[in-house]
Structure formats: structure tokens, C-alpha cells
Ligand binder design. Structure first.
Ligand code: AKG
Length: 272
């Protein structure tokens, strides 16, 4: 049913569910989006996070070494280890939302598996922006996070908290504001909790008896820097590079800095 308005000459588009998600993102700074991925893929991602984390512990020495850099319980750059994570990062609903929020050019800045255990300290429970250390606002979305709930997110197992609309304000609010207005987002397995990358958020404390897993994506305009160069990351693990030119662009192959002046010019040749 149409709402009544007065003196309104400009409105957000409202053609479909993705437009509604965009409206929530622009105004509240968060929304929930169905990934559309089948349950068996979600199950494989669950074991994939655990497997990749164990592999990365071995790569780095031991878990104590990860603890020394405050990086326990995060499986980094997961798509370089298992093709299911590329399927996830390119889920059609996610790509549609990215196009509506950011336009035709956007890059995957990070993809990390997050393990929230009941019996451990978790660095993500502190309020933060994913574009961390930044205290300014932008009238347009420049980046967003898509946190896939691999397990169902419940109030008990540490579902994420958000501070709605804080992407519009430069400073972190007061302690009282944060405790009064924080909102916990329960969501079913297979959905993305999507946040403007400038929205303050935090993980919840897991007081259940089960591990809560998620996969976070940071997707943004190409001028932002990737955490890991995905081209070299794929080469390092021996995973084949995708062939779809749009996926290559999304993974940053086109946007990585040129290696020298001639490379920069060659990249601009029409045949490339
Ligand atoms: O695990 C969560 O609920 C939040 C994760 C988070 O804050 C992040 O990855 O930036």
C-alpha cells in the first residue's frame, strides 16, 4: 500500500527486494539478504572454515603465533583455498546488491572465515567499523560488509550487534548511546547480514555450547586497497584463476597497481 507523502520530489527506487535492501542500507546502514545458496554448500563452507583455519595455523607455525598478532579464529582469504568460497563471494543476490549500492565497478577487498567459540576471547566483540580508524562520512556508499551466517545466528551464540545509522556520523557515540541503541541481529543460516562498512558493529559473546561460524566479505569501490592480492594468493595455493572477466575484475586482477610504467600503458591497450 502506498504511503502518503507531502512535498516529496525524490525517492529511492522500489522495484524489487534488492531495492528495499538498498533503502535499509542507505538509511539504517544494515539489512539481511538471502544468499540463495543451497544447504549442502553452506554445510561444506562450515567444514571448509575449520579446515582452512587448521591449514593456516600450520602455515604460520602454531596457534600461539597467531595469538601473538591477535589473529586467532580467523581463516583469511578463504577463496584461495577452496572453490566453494568463490561460489559464495559471487552469489548472484550479493552481486546484484553490490551493483545497486556501488555501481558497475567494485572489488572484493577481503573474505575471511570467522570462528566464534563459546570458550574463547574474541577480538571482534569490540565496536568497530570495517573501514577501521576512519572518522568521516560519505553521502554515497563506498564499501559494505556481507557476513554470511554459516551457522544460524542467535542471541545465545553471539549474533552480531549493530549501532543503526552510525555510518552517518563521524564519531563513535557515547557509551550510554551504545548500550541503549545497540541491536542484535539474529538471522538464519545461509543469510547475509549486510552492513555499510562505516557502520559500527561488533560480534556478540557466545554463551551457547556450540561454535558460531561466519564468512565476512568486504566489498568496495576499486580505489580502496585489498587486504591480500587475490591474484598472487590464488597462485600461491595453486588454485586456478577464474576465467569470467567480470569475476577477474571483482577479484581485483584489473585494479592491482601496475608493476611499472610500461605495464600501466599496456593494460590500457584496447585488446586487453
Ligand atoms: O562475528 C561477528 O558477528 C562480527 C564480525 C565482525 O565484526 C567483522 O568481521 O568485522
Amino acid at each position: 500500500m502506498a504511503v502518503l507523502t507531502h512535498g516529496v520530489t525524490q525517492r529511492l527506487a522500489s522495484e524489487d527486494a534488492i531495492d528495499e535492501a538498498v533503502a535499509e542500507m542507505r538509511i539504517n546502514g544494515y539489512t539481511i539478504l538471502d544468499s540463495g545458496l543451497p544447504a549442502d554448500v553452506i554445510e561444506r563452507l562450515k567444514s571448509g572454515i575449520d579446515r582452512i583455519y587448521q591449514a593456516q595455523i600450520s602455515e604460520f607455525g602454531d596457534e600461539q603465533a597467531l595469538a601473538s598478532i591477535s589473529d586467532t579464529d580467523i581463516a583469511r582469504c578463504t577463496l584461495a583455498y577452496d572453490p566453494d568460497f568463490l561460489t559464495l563471494a559471487t552469489a548472484p543476490n550479493l552481486m546484484k546488491l553490490a551493483t545497486r549500492l556501488l555501481g558497475s565497478e567494485f572489488v572484493l577487498m577481503q573474505q575471511n572465515g570467522i570462528i566464534n567459540r563459546p570458550d574463547r576471547q574474541n577480538y571482534q566483540v569490540k565496536w568497530h567499523r570495517d573501514l577501521s580508524y576512519q572518522h568521516w562520512t560519505s553521502s554515497k556508499t563506498i564499501a559494505f560488509n556481507a557476513l554470511l551466517c554459516v551457522d544460524e545466528f542467535t542471541n545465545e551464540n553471539g549474533a552480531s550487534f549493530v549501532l543503526p545509522a552510525t555510518h552517518h556520523i563521524e564519531e563513535f557515540p557515547t557509551d550510554q548511546f551504545a548500550s541503549r541503541h545497540e541491536k542484535q541481529i539474529a538471522a538464519r543460516a545461509g543469510s547475509f547480514i549486510v552492513l555499510d562498512a562505516m557502520l559500527y558493529h561488533r560480534g556478540g559473546i557466545n554463551v551457547s555450547t556450540d561454535v558460531r561460524r561466519a564468512v565476512n566479505h568486504l566489498i568496495g569501490l576499486p580505489f580502496l586497497a585489498q587486504q591480500v592480492n587475490l591474484q598472487t594468493a590464488l597462485e600461491s595455493t595453486g588454485m586456478p584463476a577464474p576465467t569470467d572477466p567480470n569475476v577477474l575484475k571483482y577479484l581485483g586482477f584489473r585494479w592491482s597497481p601496475a608493476t611499472h610504467a610500461k605495464d600501466w600503458r599496456e593494460r590500457r591497450m584496447p585488446s586487453r
